[in-house]
Design a binder for this molecule. Structure first.
Ligand code: HXC
Length: 260
């Protein structure tokens, strides 16, 4: 499928999803959110794809936030619908049955930072800048940022980011745990593809259930989360991949996982 504001490139088991509004630093309006949702949903059910990398077009921005011009025309109820739409799209990305790596190639501000936080893993280029500048506009974060930021970094740091609108460079983002790695700008996509390739070589069901155990476990008390983990662990024993993985180890060969 071809979208107006989203590009999808596939290579082996990997898909690269590019938010493609570079003149507006890839700002998100309703149409772009809808297209992103459709693209991700298609990739989720595409059996050839095991890992998704999400990035922004150009070398300046991942996503510079929600589209400010678009938001100017919204009344309060439309603003609420817009926030809910973004929250729902981002939650679907967060819970996609495949890993999603954010390749943060520049500004990740407001809704852009919130989108990066909905991904499983964040890798930043050296020129990346993070922040929640909504209060500069008399607004607040509305695509899940108040919650995801608080869970990802500690609540005091989250509040400082939300209250001051300060921008954090890639190294500062690494220090507070907002990103996993910082790499030179020219190496960002390659680095993410290599990581995605390592993940794609593992048992896909095992990776999927690991993601589910982490995400769902965060919403449970510890003992329930352990039981849930054990149930998902048991589920891996129903797969051909688990037999393949164990047999390959015992025969000192590389496993060939098929995703079933
Ligand atoms: C619409 C945007 C935009 C945005 C940039 N542009 N960010 N348009 N929405 N979020 C546009 C600019 O208007 C400009 O268009 C072009 O992109 C290039 O941007 P410049 O400002 O000229 O670039 P630069 O001087 O390098 O500054 C980069 C920047 C700045 C620091 C990222 O653009 C900026 O502060 N942008 C806004 C960031 C922001 O406040 N994000 C949060 C939005 S609120 P023209 O036509 O002039 O070339 C939000 C809420 C989420 O995200 C929750 C909603 C429910």
């Amino acid at each position: 499928m071809v979208w107006k504001n989203i590009l999808v490139e596939t290579e082996d088991n990997l898909a690269l999803v590019i938010i493609n509004r570079p003149k507006l630093l890839n700002a998100l309006d309703t149409e772009t959110l809808g297209e992103l949702d459709e693209a991700m949903t298609e990739l989720a059910v595409n059996p050839a794809i095991r890992v998704i990398i999400l990035t922004g077009a150009g070398d300046k921005a991942f996503v510079a936030g929600a589209d400010i011009k678009f938001m100017q025309s919204l009344d309060p109820l439309q603003a609420r619908d817009f926030a809910r739409h973004g929250q729902q799209v981002f939650s679907r990305i967060e819970n996609l049955p495949k890993p999603v790596i954010a390749a943060v190639n520049g500004f990740a501000l407001g809704g852009g930072c919130e989108l990066a936080m909905a991904c499983d893993i964040r890798v930043a280029s050296e020129n990346a800048k993070f922040g929640q500048p909504e209060v500069n506009l008399g607004l607040m974060a509305g695509f899940g940022g108040t919650q995801r930021l608080t869970r990802l970094v500690n609540p005091g740091i989250a509040k400082e980011i939300l209250f001051t609108a300060d921008q954090y460079d890639a190294q500062a983002a690494l220090r507070i745990g907002l990103v996993n790695h910082v790499v030179p700008s020219g190496e960002l996509i390659d680095f993410c593809k290599k990581m995605a390739g390592r993940i794609a070589a593992k048992g896909p069901v095992a990776v999927r259930l690991s993601k589910e155990a982490v995400n769902e476990g965060l919403e449970m008390d510890m003992e329930k989360a352990f039981i849930h983990e054990a149930d998902l662990f048991a589920l891996t024993f129903t797969t051909a991949d688990h037999a393949e993985g164990i047999e390959a180890f015992l025969n000192k060969r590389k496993p060939a996982f098929k995703g079933n």
